[in-house]
Every structure is written in C-alpha cells, then in structure tokens.
Ligand binder design. Sequence first.
Ligand SMILES: Cc1cc2nc3c(=O)[nH]c(=O)nc-3n(C[C@H](O)[C@H](O)[C@H](O)COP(=O)(O)OP(=O)(O)OC[C@H]3O[C@@H](n4cnc5c(N)ncnc54)[C@H](O)[C@@H]3O)c2cc1C
Length: 474
Amino acid sequence: MHDVAPAEPAAPVRGDGPGLLRAIGTRLPDVRLITDRSDLEPYRRDETAYLRGGLPLAVALPASTAEVAGLVRLCAAHDVPIVPRGAGTGLSGGAVGIEGALTISFMRMDRILEIDAGNLTVTTQPGVINATLKQAVAEHGLFYAPDPASYAMCSIGGNLGTNAGGLCCVKYGVTRDAALGLEVVMADGAVLRLGGKNVKDVAGYGLIPLLVGSQGTLGLITEATLRLLPAPAPRATLLSFFPSLVAAGEAVAGLTAAGLRPVTLELLDRTTIRAVDDAFGLGLDRDAAAMLLVESDAAGGGADSELDAAVAVCEAAGSTFVLRAADAQEADWLREARRRAHYALEQQGVARMEDIGVPRSRVPDMLAEIERIGERHRIRIGAFGHAGDGNLHPTFVLPRDEDEEAAVARLEAARVDLFEAALALGGTVTAEHGIGLAKRAWLPRQRGEAAVEVMRSIKRALDPRDLLNPGRVL
Ligand SMILES: Cc1cc2nc3c(=O)[nH]c(=O)nc-3n(C[C@H](O)[C@H](O)[C@H](O)COP(=O)(O)OP(=O)(O)OC[C@H]3O[C@@H](n4cnc5c(N)ncnc54)[C@H](O)[C@@H]3O)c2cc1C
C-alpha cells in the first residue's frame, strides 16, 4: 500500500509550455532549467508521501529576484501556472508538481544577506536552510526561534510559505511572528518590498501576515527580514512518563495553567515511544502510555527551578517516572529522537502523519478521542507533537501488506473522525502543515463558506489569472 490518497484529479495541461521554454532560453539565458524527464520525476512529490502530483513542464532555479520576476512575467505571457518550491519537505502537498506547470525552486537563492545585531534582525534569501540560518546567527550570540522538526532540511522560504511551527514555538511563536519584512514577486511580476526592520509598523493592511502561510498562492517570497533574539540560557531537559495518555494531557494543561513557559513541551504516546526506542535504542520506558519532553531555557539560572516546578505538575497529574538529562549531549539525543519520531514510525509500517490543533486545555480530550478513533477503526495511531501548543500529529500506521482498498477506506473514515473531533473541541484541521492539496475539502467546514469566499476574493485580486499554485489551499 503506497499512494493511499488519490492524486490531484488530472486537469488538462494549461498554456503554451514549449513557447515558455523557448522564451526562457532567449530572455533569461542564465536561469538554470531542469527539463529531463527523469530529473523532473522527484518534483511530482513533496514529503506528503501519499500524494503524487503531476509532472512539471520544467523546474527553474533562479538566482536573483530579477530572474524570479522575469520568470513570472513569462509564465503569465504564456499562461503556464507556477508551483513555488523550497526544500520539498512540506506535509500538505503545497509544493507537489502540477502537470505541465513550471516549478520554481528557490534553492539557489541561498545567501544570508545581513545579520544586524543592533536591530536583532537577519535578512536572508529564501533558499537558506533553517538550521544553517540558526547556526549563522548563533555565531553572533543570537537566536532564530522557529524550529520545525525538519529544520536540518527545510528552507526559510518554505517556512514562510507554510508559516511553519516547531518545537520551541510554545515559547517563542511561529514563523509569522518572526517575519518583519518581505520582498515578494506578485503574480504580474511586480516586486513589492513590505516592512523591514521596524518592530512596530501599522501602516495600512497587514500584507506580511497574509503572505506568510499562503503556501505560494499569493506571491513568491524572494527575501525576508526576520526577528532575532539574544541567545537564551542553556537548556535544562527532562522526560516525564505517564500511565495514561489522558494523564499526560492533564500535565500539559496543568503546565500551561501554572504559568510555566517551557521552551519545549512535546508529547509522545506509547506507539511512538516504542518506535523511537526501536530506532534509536534510548532505553525509554516502553510500558509508559505517554511521555513528555520538557525543556526550560529560563534566564538567570532559572532553568532548573522551572523544571522543578514542571516535575511537581507532572507528578500531580500522575507521572510515574521522571528522567533529567545529565548533560547537553544527552539532552540533544532526546530532542533529536523526538525530531525523528515520524521516521521512526515509518519503520513500523506505512505511516501517514496528520496535523491537528486544539485549545491547550482540550489536549486531554483530544488524546482520548485519538485512542477511541484508533480502536473504532482498528488502526494503530502513533500520537506525538507540540502538545504545549495544543498541536498533535496523530500518525496512522498501517501494515505494509494490507489490501490497499480496505486500508484506504479505514484510513479515510478514521481521518474524518479525527478532523471532526478536533473541530468539535474548538480546534483546527491543520495547526502548522497547511491546507495545501491534502485538506482543501476541510477548509469550508472549519472556516465557513463566507470566510472562504473572502479568501477567494483576495486570491482573485492578487492573482486574477490563477497562475500561482492553482488549486492549493482554495
Ligand atoms: C520529518 C518532518 C518533520 C516536520 N516537522 C515540522 C514541524 O515541526 N513544524 C512544521 O511547521 N512543519 C514541519 N514539517 C513540514 C515541513 O518541513 C514544513 O512545512 C516546512 O516549512 C517546509 O519547508 P520547505 O522548504 O521544505 O518547503 P516546501 O515543502 O518546498 O514548500 C512548502 C510550501 O511553501 C511554498 N513555498 C516554498 N518556497 C516559497 C517561496 N519562496 N515563496 C512562496 N511560497 C513558497 C510552496 O509552494 C509550498 O506550498 C516537517 C516535515 C518533515 C518531513
């Protein structure tokens, strides 16, 4: 069982592809183009393994904003749609290929342009990898907070495209909170420069928050100025094990209610604990129903006392065992194990990761629902995620040898129950991966038709010919 979700319905190839390629060759001769069919194949997909998109006409790898603007103008002239693409680690199909469209990869625009320690900002091109940016600013004693678990692979452009979250967003916010300025190529090829280094700036409508998270459907981000922080204190790290998922959920709600501000508050259920332990041999408590990873970077030597307070909350919720990392290296292993939870589950079968969010106080209810859904549909579900944000990644794990049709039916039914449960708890069908291609049907269900119509009118105003990532999000 591999492609468990149907691919995008085949639409007729749009526009004059051969004419576009000739025009790029003559008008933008320095733009690197991939046109060989076998080299294009990987661009059908992103990390949403079950979604197989169309084969792009070509992949363009521009090196400057002027080249991006030139490509957009030529695509408009030849009516060929554009799929913007970063590192292709997305989990909602936002960067998967469209048959006959031009994929624009930003991975050659990979320069950090300025680290401004005085203003606590970094200005960067979109193709820089998140971990590279973090490392570069760390060398100046500074900290770039957003850290998706994929931080070693994903790009800043993709993070802006999805408004990526991550492990320390519970304390420092998501990508949108870090975006102070953007340079954007619009659907007509115009280049807008929005915001900059001002921390406060309320001139006109907020276009930056609109563009961040728009999954490449409203504009192509060619440069960003991002907020930095002074490097925080070294982290103290602990694992707390629980006899039930609900007890762990109560600890999450309790930590929030107690006013603690951990930098990381991640949850792994038993299926995920065992998968991670199988993969990394960490000696975790395999019988525990759930585990929390809690970290503090409180200033002034306060990290240990914040963790002491966290232990008290965890024990009051029923934690049976607490393990504190002995040193920074051990803490790194534990954090890395959490980052690789998805890959550990993939070793157990065909894994399909979902992404839901609920108000933090409802995490225990959501975890109980996930258990019930697994039982009702006889599907193994590994639940893990950024519990401190109320953001969980229930991951369906299906046997590799299961009959495809039966598996798809059970999975789809379980998925419907999962999203309905999240919505019933006042939550969302996607907290950080985006609607993309994978969840379009759920957008009106969550937001309501009237809100979706407002979104459509924004799309029509900014991209009247539906050139930018058509069919994604809306
Ligand atoms: C193991 C694993 C763990 C993950 N953990 C997390 C996590 O903790 N938190 C989280 O939020 N996500 C996570 N993700 C999902 C993914 O890494 C993020 O969504 C990431 O932001 C995607 O970045 P990318 O460079 O790979 O972008 P892509 O997948 O290439 O693109 C993502 C979207 O952004 C658009 N886009 C890309 N570049 C631009 C640009 N320059 N201008 C406009 N639009 C653009 C694309 O069209 C697409 O819609 C994880 C993925 C994996 C595989």
